[in-house]
Ligand binder design. Structure first.
Ligand code: FMN
Length: 209
């Protein structure tokens, strides 16, 4: 009886070790030939499908998921890796968010946070960096890398897709206020819907060419 349990423990610790090793290998990848787009996905069903459609059309983009982002993407039936078959995918596994180092060495010319939950927008506005996404937003700011943010809470009433139905939501004053305050940040373009997001991304890419 004890031997199968020990074997299972061994297999599970080996799997965890391999996952950590792959994570570190991913982080330590060579610097890309030219700077790329860092695209952060948080745990929002609102505008998720539209963001996926935009990401799929872009070249040279890497993904950064918050923990909720990775979960919610799966709840809507997507594979977190399928968005960027050629790009790197960073998940929120470590307390210190090691991928921020990629911003220090100039891997990215632009950060896009889309969709951005009420939670992530609130933290970004207050300067809190305790997730992978809020960390890269803070470090992008400190490295003067421009950010484009699609904030979920921009209208007093929205129809939004839950995984199994459309629901109507009424963002609170505090949520709308955070979106408004984020619009005052330097090097930060806050957009209110997916059409504005697409236009802002294209404008930024055109500026770089
Ligand atoms: C199916 C599902 C859909 C969600 N959609 C939203 C959303 O549209 N907007 C939002 O602000 N939060 C949404 N949430 C809640 C966030 O995922 C939750 O607040 C989470 O803590 C956000 O963490 P993050 O900002 O680090 O991604 C959703 C949660 C679930 C389970």
């Amino acid at each position: 009886m004890i031997k199968p349990i020990l074997f299972l423990l061994y297999v599970s610790s080996l799997a965890k070790f391999t996952e950590k090793l792959n994570y570190l290998r991913n982080i330590m990848q060579a610097r890309p030939e030219r700077p790329r787009v860092a695209w952060a996905v948080t745990g929002s069903g609102h505008y998720l499908k539209e963001c996926l459609e935009i990401v799929r059309e872009l070249d040279d983009v890497d993904l950064f998921y918050s923990r909720a982002g990775e979960e919610v993407v799966r709840m809507y039936g997507y594979d977190p890796k399928e968005w960027v078959p050629e790009g790197r995918v960073y998940r929120d596994r470590a307390a210190s968010s090691p991928p921020v180092g990629l911003f220090y060495r100039g891997d990215y010319h632009t950060l896009v946070v889309a969709p951005a939950t009420s939670n992530t927008v609130a933290k970004m506005v207050l300067g809190i960096s305790d997730t992978l996404v809020t960390n890269i937003f803070a470090q992008a700011g400190k490295c003067q890398v421009p950010a484009i943010v699609l904030a979920c809470d921009s209208e007093p009433e929205v129809d939004t897709p839950a995984p199994d139905r459309i629901v109507t939501l009424w963002p609170r004053q505090v949520d709308l206020e955070h979106t408004r305050r984020l619009k005052t940040f330097v090097d930060t373009t806050v957009v209110d819907d997916s059409e504005q997001l697409l236009a802002a991304v294209h404008k930024r890419l055109a500026e770089l060419n």
